[in-house]
Structure formats: C-alpha cells, structure tokens
Design a binder for this molecule. Structure first.
Ligand SMILES: NC(=O)c1ccc[n+]([C@@H]2O[C@H](COP(=O)([O-])OP(=O)(O)OC[C@H]3O[C@@H](n4cnc5c(N)ncnc54)[C@H](O)[C@@H]3O)[C@@H](O)[C@H]2O)c1
Length: 338
C-alpha cells in the first residue's frame, strides 16, 4: 500500500473522480464529505468515508489525528459563484472557515502537504483573459474572495508554520459524478437536468459569454505530481479551447438529440458576472506535463449517458440571506420541484 491521502469533498465531482484514480494507483484513500453537494453513491467502495462537516473544527482535527494522512486534497466547497452574493455568511463559513480548519489540522498533525482547489474566480474582471498566474487577483464575488483569502492563508501558514501546500485554479470542469440537481451552478449540469425534465435549456443574457470547459479526466495526473513538487506554487488548470455559451449550447443540443431529447432555449435576465473568463495553462503544461485533451461533445455524451441512469433527485434549493437584487429566476424556488 502506498501513502495515505485524505480527500475532502470526496462525494463531489473532483473527489469522486480523483479518489478513484488514487485508489487505482494503490494509494490509501480516506474521504470526508457532508453530502451537501455530493452523493454517497459517488464515493468509491474501497475508500474510508467520514460523513462530517468541515465547519466542525474539532471533529475534523480528530479525524486527521486518527487517520494521519500523508497528504490532504482539499476539494470541499460550495462552488455557486453567482449565488454567493446572496449566501454571504454561508459562503465564508463553508468555503473560507472550513479551509482554515483544514489548514489548522494539517499544521497540528504535521501533514506532508495540502493541495487546495482555488478557482479562476480569483482573477475577477480586472484582467483580460487568458488569465495567467502572475496577474493580481481581484475577485468580483464572495466565492472568489473566499478562494483568494484561502490562498493568502495557505501562504501565511507556510511562512509561519512551514506548511507545505500547492494551489490549483481550475475553471469550468465537467464530467461524470457532477451534481446535475443544483439549479445555481454548472451550466452543463443545469442543461442536463432541464433536458431530462423536458424543460427549456436556460441561458443567462445573450449567451455570448466565453468559457472553456475541461474534462475532470485530465486533472488527476497533475494533482498527483503536486503531491511531491512545487511547494507554495499556483497553477491554472483547464482547457485552452474557449467558446461562447451559445456555441456550447449548440454542441449540447446535438448530444441531446443523439439521446432523442428535443430541446428548446429560454433566454433569462443577464447575470452580474465576468463576461469572458478562461486561463492560460503554459505553466502547468511546462512544469506539470499537464495535457488537456477535452473533446466537449464526447464529455457531454458521457455525462448524459451517466445521468440517465441516476435516480430522480430533488433540485437543491438554498435559503437566501439577502433577497435584494436577486435574479427573477431564483426567486420562485417553490416552483422548482413541481
Ligand atoms: N467544478 C469546477 O468547475 C470548479 C472550478 C473551479 C474550482 N472548483 C473548486 O474545486 C473544488 C471541487 O469542486 P467540485 O466541482 O468537485 O464541487 P462539488 O460540489 O461536486 O463537490 C464538492 C463536495 O464538497 C462537499 N462539501 C461542501 N462543503 C462541505 C463541508 N462544509 N464539509 C464537508 N463536505 C463539504 C460537497 O458535499 C460535495 O460533495 C471546489 O473547491 C470548487 O470550488 C471547481
């Protein structure tokens, strides 16, 4: 048996895919998840699983004390960027304070290294895409602020306590095990749910926003490399192939048709979001041999194929802390599960 890796958010997209990679490579895998955004069925059988919330610092410290992982992959977060304005307290507790709890536990238990999934959201709109790691972050929403504050705290913990860490900044990652029942996030997942429920596919604004989608498949290898290299470094990870949301929608509708789903489009009120957001990946390509070969059509087909085999689940609904300026399409929550 190789070394032990503890994965937070093991029931989510990153956690369930990347835990399988490490189990296949004979690592010992322990997972923590509160099953808020992921499902128990996503967790591989041969991983040890703790159903725990990272906000409970004492319990997290105890798990890490007991399991003594060599490495921690800290993936857990609620990644609903647009919604984060309306769930500010929850966002900072869940995404920033939980990260601080992991940092504390890693320091207290002498963990060899922590890998943290930050986000492209840290760049905000002060920079022109493609974003490079040396650009000054200026996030435009609480989700991005929590990620950037977490990055700064990792840096501080390295300086003060010698904590060994690396950071990745992914963007628009998709694949099997993605939560398609969350109406606030991940455009491809939202379209799959709408397709299955025979509802129109929704587009925010004119659909000319540019994004680059990448398959989770390509993330395991660079993350494994980071266990042993590049302490204190930050890497963008994702696809170079940006396209408009409308172009992605055309590819999606073609895929839906292959599964005999007829789809319509519903254009919704524009969101307050960064119009064009994608990254440069030269650093990861040259230093981590990162090689993204995402074929968007193929990944969407795989996701649809997986999704149609899943049980029908309730759509996630959040309690808003602020309703001022809430988009019209998020106001009518009670209609969602009808
Ligand atoms: N998917 C993307 O496109 C993307 C892009 C940029 C950054 N990220 C970051 O990558 C990480 C993984 O994202 P993902 O797509 O796998 O998300 P996900 O929602 O699929 O998985 C996150 C998992 O974390 C768990 N979780 C959340 N809060 C928790 C808490 N307080 N305690 C315990 N478990 C908790 C959820 O239940 C879920 O299973 C996140 O930190 C996210 O912010 C993702």
């Amino acid at each position: 048996m190789k070394e032990k890796i503890l994965i937070t958010g093991i029931a989510g997209l990153f956690g369930s895919n990347i835990s399988r990679y490490f189990l296949k490579k004979n690592y010992n895998v322990v997972g923590i998840d509160n099953l808020f955004g992921g499902y128990k069925e996503n967790i591989p059988e041969n991983a040890i699983f703790y159903n725990e919330d990272l906000k409970n610092s004492k319990n997290i410290d105890n798990i890490i004390k007991k399991e003594k992982p060599d490495y921690i992959l800290h993936f857990a977060a609620y990644a609903a960027e647009g919604l984060s304005h309306y769930i500010r307290n929850y966002n900072y507790q869940n995404n920033l304070i939980s990260t601080v709890n992991i940092i504390n536990a890693a320091i207290n238990n002498n963990t060899n290294k922590v890998i943290f999934t930050s986000s492209m959201a840290v760049y905000g709109d002060a920079n022109e895409p493609p974003f490079t790691e040396n650009m000054k972050p200026l996030p435009v929403d609480p989700y991005g602020i929590a990620k950037y504050a977490s990055e700064l705290d990792f840096n501080n913990a390295q300086k003060h306590f010698g904590l060994n860490y690396s950071i990745i900044r992914p963007h628009n990652v998709i694949g099997k095990y993605q939560n398609i029942w969350d109406k606030y996030r991940n455009v491809i997942g939202i379209w799959i749910r709408q397709m299955l429920e025979k509802k129109p596919l929704t587009v925010y604004g004119d659909g000319l926003q540019k994004r680059a989608f990448s398959d989770i498949l390509y993330y395991s290898y660079p993350i494994e490399k980071l266990l042993y290299e590049h302490s204190g470094e930050i890497f963008n990870l994702g696809s170079d192939n940006y396209l408009t949301i409308l172009d992605a929608l055309n590819i999606f509708r073609k895929c839906a048709k292959k599964y005999e789903f007829e789809t319509n489009i519903n254009f919704l009120e524009e969101r307050n979001e960064v119009k064009n957001a994608y990254c440069d990946h030269t650093k990861a390509k040259t230093q981590l041999n990162f090689n993204d070969n995402t074929d968007l059509e193929k990944t969407i087909l795989e996701m649809i194929d997986w999704s149609i085999k899943q049980p029908k689940r309730q759509t996630k609904i959040m309690d808003y802390e602020i309703e001022k300026n809430l988009y019209s399409y998020w106001k009518n929550n009670q209609l969602e599960n009808k």
